[in-house]
Design a protein around this ligand. Structure first.
Ligand code: SF4
Length: 392
């Protein structure tokens, strides 16, 4: 296959074993199973200084120059050889936690990994998230992969405070327009995030998102990860604190969601809008959601009717005996249940739960961490508790 490649650049150096040993073990481990897919992170370091970056969680925020942890070929071998990888099924994410995949010195390696995956005839979803510049020449490369189901998600926050969002949102907006205008084989999603009440949810912010949603195959809106490490950075840099407390899950207060949904309901000049990343990605490719969110029907109330029909047709409650057998093989303890919303397990952390979820196309929840009605697996901050009180 003749794949157009970006102009040749010097390959990114590979960190020495000694330097790799100095990284946090979680960062040195290049594969992480996340809800949107099996994530491959063989390059770390980023010059963009987004205040809310998850690199704070890995003590990696000070590493401004991207470096590889291994060659591109070894990265592909690790991914496809991973015990949770299933050809054509497992969604894949590239470089979604420690660098931006479209930085000029990073993207040749991203293209090389895509090429190697595509040459194997793999049809897996591949998600790439960027806020950086994407030009027509990049679109030509992205269109050249013939098997992969590729989606480029463009993060656009419209946060005006440069200490929180140092990359001008106009860059992302331009990239989205370019990606959408040139899309043939890949799809592009407006990733409208992180939405923080009072910071970037004004009428003007929402209008901006509406306009951009017309230049995307789908739009996903979501809130902020606000963990201890990120809160400490905000405090140390005297940034306005978005919330009084931190949370394990993303924070998307009910009032902020409602403001967006009210605006979305006022007219048909919006592109399709989704609460969940996999829903937006699946819709963009004309497929049912691979995370089985259809089992949580209150998520689907903003979804286009043709997409609801797709998800309904694909959503099949799995047999308890089959699920139990697979869950036990992964180490599940206690009772395994399959209810009308989800598989419920005990004793499995996130990677094996996502393995079950993506394999069955059916939600898989941990009994110890229940998902509350209408919070959609998000933090309780800003939502009314069942006793009617409001969480801060
Ligand atoms: S119908 Fe529901 S599960 Fe399917 S894409 Fe829409 S919101 Fe997601």
């Amino acid at each position: 296959m003749n794949v157009p490649v970006a102009p040749h650049r010097r390959a990114l150096p590979i960190l020495s074993p000694e330097k790799i040993r100095g990284l946090k073990p979680a960062l040195a481990d290049v594969i992480e199973y996340r809800k949107s897919g099996l994530s491959l992170n063989w390059i770390v370091g980023c010059p963009l200084e987004c205040g809310y970056c998850v690199r704070h969680l890995f003590d990696n925020f000070e590493m401004k120059v991207p470096r590889r942890l291994m060659s591109d070929g070894e990265a592909v071998a690790r991914l496809t050889g991973h015990s949770y990888f299933r050809a054509h099924t497992t969604p894949i994410q590239l470089l979604n936690r420690a660098t931006d995949p479209m930085l000029p010195i990073v993207k040749p390696h991203v293209y090389e990994v895509l090429r190697k995956l595509d040459e194997r005839g793999l049809t897996n979803h591949v998600l790439i998230i960027t806020r950086w510049r994407v030009g027509p020449e990049d679109c030509a490369v992205l269109n050249s992969f013939t098997h992969l189901r590729l989606t480029v998600l463009v993060t656009h926050s419209n946060i005006a405070n440069p200490a929180i969002e140092p990359v001008d949102s106009h860059i992302a907006a331009e990239s989205l327009r370019t990606l959408h205008a040139h899309a043939e084989r890949y799809r592009t999603v407006l990733y409208w995030r992180p939405i923080v009440p009072g910071l970037n949810d004004s009428d003007a912010d929402i209008e901006r998102a509406r306009e951009l949603s017309q230049h995307a195959h789908a739009t996903v809106f979501t809130g902020l990860f606000f963990r201890e490490e990120i809160a400490s950075y905000y405090e140390a840099h005297d940034l306005p604190m978005p919330y009084e407390e931190t949370a394990r899950r993303k924070i998307m207060p009910e009032a902020a969601e409602q403001r967006i949904l009210d605006a979305f309901g006022q007219g048909d000049s919006w592109g399709a809008l989704f609460r969940k990343t996999s829903c937006g990605v699946a819709y963009a490719h004309g497929e049912a959601d691979y995370n089985g969110h259809f089992g949580v029907p209150e998520l689907c109330d903003i979804c286009p009717s043709e997409q609801i029909a797709r998800c309904r047709a694909a959503w099949v409650k799995p047999e308890l005996s089959t699920v139990t057998q697979e869950a036990r093989a992964l180490g599940a303890t206690g009772e395994v249940q399959v209810n009308d919303r989800a598989i419920v397990v005990e004793g499995l952390d996130e990677p094996p739960r996502y393995f079950l979820q993506h394999g069955f196309g059916y939600q898989c929840h941990d009994r110890a961490k229940p998902h509350h009605y209408r919070q959609h697996g998000r933090a309780p901050i800003g939502w009314k508790a069942e006793n009617g009180t409001t969480n801060a």
